[in-house]
Design a protein around this ligand. Sequence first.
Ligand code: 13P
Length: 260
Amino acid sequence: MKELGKVYFGTNTKMYKNIAQTVDFLTRLDTLTTDLSRETLELFVIPSFTALESARRCVPPERIALGAQNMGWEDEGQFTGEISPLMLKEVGTQIVEIGHSERRHVLGETDWMENQKVRCALRHGFTPLLCIGETGEQKALGLSDEVLRTQLKAGLHGVTAAEAARLWIAYEPVWAIGVSGVPASPAYAAEKHRVIRECLVELFGAAGARIPLLYGGSVNPENAPELIPLPNIDGLFIGRSAWEAEKFDRIIRSCLALLE
Ligand code: 13P
């Protein structure tokens, strides 16, 4: 097993899957993965807001943790279209995904906004899953490391080492995500995870060495087993290839088999 003792597998269903589809997916995934020990596996699903309550009723939190795809950073107020941390708590949400590339690059979120959300999520006892990643243009300009370090330092500003123990980070290069994405090569992903780890240790000392780092961006059944054994890749955050429970289960099993 890897040093952390746990491997992380999760999916964000983006703006797909309605309530019935989410419940069906979760029920299947729970049945398929029932024999897998949660001592070494952390399995999570991040569905649409409207599906969260039904999702919570159909799977126990210790088997499949549930997350929200976004969150406002105030408890209440004049924030039309935002969702409050209290509302997410009410439906049993454990994880809050923050700064996914689609939020940053399609919906215009900034590092400052991600930082407000990270701190709010920590205040409310959620696990913030902060997503970072460089665009294709930034990569071409040789700016990837600077971008990752900036997103970490700005996004985690004001977070203490004690709070950092509850953080998860996903490295999702923007150019690797989605239908037109090109998956990062295992060597490239490992190198960027090393840069991220170094920055986290710089920020939080020993606590930074223990923050789970997940890779995301066109993970598929072929590349998952190449990525998961690499140093500083503690898990995989998967989109399209995880949206069928059977396929997701096969990916998880093929990776766990390599780590045993
Ligand atoms: P894909 O695996 O479909 O590229 O999506 C990754 C992602 O955005 C996970 O949050």
